[in-house]
Structures are given as C-alpha cells and as structure tokens.
Design a protein around this ligand. Structure first.
Ligand SMILES: Nc1nc2c(ncn2[C@@H]2O[C@H](COP(=O)(O)OP(=O)(O)OP(=O)(O)O)[C@@H](O)[C@H]2O)c(=O)[nH]1
Ligand SMILES: [Mg+2]
Length: 331
C-alpha cells in the first residue's frame, strides 16, 4: 500500500518532459487523477472450495483472502476486499443447503443491481469459478443460468466463467509437475470441459460464454503448486472490463513474477496485458500521456525482462522506478 501510485509516477514523468506545454501537463494531471480514483468492482463466486480465495490471492498477492482448509465454507456471506483500485466481493455460490442457497442467490442478485453514486452499475465483472475436478457442476450451472445471467442486464460481457484446479481435473493425473503444465490427455479433457460448459450455458440461456481453464495454485508449508494460465485469466478479466478502467489493474496485480510464468502459450498474454494497459491509459489521459507511459514501460521492462513479472516487470518496477524514469528522461 505504501507503493507509489502509478498515476503519480506517470505524472512525474510527464512533468519532467521538456517537450510538453503547461496546458498539456495540467490536462494530464486532471486525467491521471481521474484514473487514480477509478475503482473496478469484481464479484467472485462459485461453490465452496472451488478456489475463490486462492484465485484472489494468486491474482493480487498472497495476503488478500483467507484460504480454507476445512469443509465448512470459509466465506459465509459476501466479503469485501478493498485493494488500491480493485474492489473484490467474494460470495459463496450454491450448494450449501436450501436456506443458504436462497440467501446467497439474493445477495448476488442484489449486488448485480447495485449502482454507484453516478448511477453506473457497481459490479464491473462477475467471475464465476468452476472446480475442474468436480464431477457435479450442476449447482454451478444453476447459479450461472438461473441466478446470474437473468439478472445481468443487457451487458452479458460482465460475466466471465473460469475453470480452476485444472491440475486436479483428472484427480492429479496428466499434470506435469516438473514443467507445471498439463500433458496432452489432460489438455483434451480440459478442452472438453470448456466446450461442455459453453454448451450448457448456451443451451439454457442462449448466452455465449467462452470459459477458460487455469490453476490458482496454493502455498502451504512444504507443498506448493504454482499457478497456470493466470496471465490468461488476467487477460480475459481485462477484456471483460471497460477499456477506461483497465489500466488500474497494474496497481494491484501480484508482483511475484512466478505466478505469471506458466501458460498454454496459445496467445501472448503478457504482451496483450501490456498493450491493454497502454491503450487504457491513452483512452483516459490521451495520446501524449499514453506515449509517455509507453516509453516509461519500455524502459523499465528492459530491466524488468529478467524479473519477467506481468507487463514485463513494469508492475513491480513502476513502484520504485523514480530514478530509472529520471534517468530515462536524462535528468
Ligand atoms: N491443486 C489445487 N488446489 C487448489 C487450487 N485452488 C485452490 N486449491 C485448494 O482448494 C482448497 C479451497 O480453496 P479456497 O481458495 O479456500 O476455496 P474457496 O472457493 O475460497 O472456498 P470457500 O471460501 O470455503 O467457499 C484449498 O485447499 C486450496 O489450497 C488449484 O488450482 N489447484
Ligand atoms: Mg474462500
């Protein structure tokens, strides 16, 4: 939290740019202030033990949410985690008994209709997590098809479905621990799961969703499992969030480079995250600030490439890059 905000870093860089007029700098200040205040509200839901807390921890750092060890749901009702710019609402899904199901459904529906003081929808994105190893996902589809989709309003883009615990989808079979990736037979199994999930939602609601699979992973004592496809998950989260809000993720994402490393290689997720960030800065603060951000990230990413965190290290380096920025601008 003590880490300097990236919008202030960017503003310092803009201030120190001798080619910019005072008017341009004043406008940059206004726009960057707006960005600094931007909140992204994410509702995360799914059955007990699917990995909601683990996913929050993997995406945003390992001290954000309590991970359960017992069979009792750790998350009784919606719990709120406020980061710098990202606000997370962690809600149980269905399957904890009839009374609890009714209560949880109502809580979720209320959240979906909640508005900000500006009259905008509060929840920018609903992330529904399915447990890859679960044989019975019926209650999860009930949650998606009967609770979430009918109450989403017009903008079905607010929904993202992700299948967690890909490593355990075949009870641990087919997971290559040495390379932290699924073997072909597990890939095939997971792709089938993605397809059948897509079909179950499409057939029941007519809504087209493109689920992805990933591993949130865990750290407990001597054992740990690194995430897989977390950069893909972040990419999808960004694409499901309004463009003008996407930049602020950089302030809150996990700065542990290890979590962003392993993915399916189907797309250049980290490059995409980087360009998404820059486009978002441009959308809010204009071309001039966007160009400064671009140079800024390129500089830090040269140092950051070895670090290899998301954005090529920029998320980490931005926080303490004052000297490198000054250095870059020759001051
Ligand atoms: N192997 C494996 N285990 C995982 C993964 N994600 C979560 N887990 C484990 O699954 C268990 C439940 O994870 P949580 O993150 O507490 O799940 P939750 O959805 O927050 O659970 P509740 O809050 O109780 O509803 C924990 O023991 C995690 O360590 C994963 O990707 N792979
Ligand atoms: Mg939890």
């Amino acid at each position: 939290m003590s880490q300097q905000h990236f919008t202030d870093e960017l503003f310092d860089a803009v201030t120190n740019d001798p080619t910019l007029s005072d008017t341009a700098k004043a406008e940059a200040r206004r726009n960057l202030d707006k960005l600094k205040k931007t909140k992204v509200n994410i509702l995360i839901t799914g059955a007990t033990g699917c990995g909601k807390s683990s996913t929050i921890n993997a995406l945003f750092g390992y001290d954000k949410a309590k991970v359960g060890q017992s069979v009792n749901p750790e998350t009784m009702d919606i719990s709120k985690h406020e980061l710098n710019n990202i606000v997370l609402y962690d809600s149980p899904g269905l399957g904890d008994g009839k009374a609890a199901d009714i209560r949880h459904s109502k809580n979720i529906i209320d959240k979906l209709y909640e508005k900000t003081s500006n009259g905008d929808m509060l929840i920018d994105l609903v992330l529904v997590i399915l447990e890859g190893g679960s044989r019975d996902l019926g209650t999860s589809f009930e949650l998606i098809n009967s609770v979430i989709i009918p109450n989403l309003g017009e903008d079905k883009k607010r929904l993202l479905v992700a299948i967690n615990q890909a490593d355990m989808a075949m009870k641990g079979r087919g997971w290559n621990h040495a390379e932290n990736k699924p073997e072909p037979e597990l890939v095939e199994f997971l792709e089938e799961k993605v397809l059948s999930s897509h079909r179950r939602i499409k057939e029941a609601t007519g809504v087209f969703v493109e689920p992805i699979y990933y591993v949130a992973g865990y750290k407990d004592g001597n054992n740990s499992q690194n995430p897989y496809n977390l950069s893909k998950l972040l990419c999808y989260i960004l694409l499901h969030t309004k463009e003008e809000k996407r930049a602020v993720f950089v302030q809150d994402v996990n700065q542990d480079e290890d979590v962003w490393r392993a993915d399916d290689g189907l797309d250049k997720y980290r490059e995409k995250i980087r360009s998404t960030f820059l486009d978002s800065v441009k959308a809010v603060a204009g071309e001039v600030v966007g160009a400064v951000a671009d140079r800024f990230i390129s500089t830090v990413s040269t140092m950051g490439r070895a670090a290899g965190a998301v954005l090529g290290g920029a998320a980490r380096v931005i926080g303490n890059a004052a000297s490198s920025v000054l250095g870059f601008f020759g001051l």
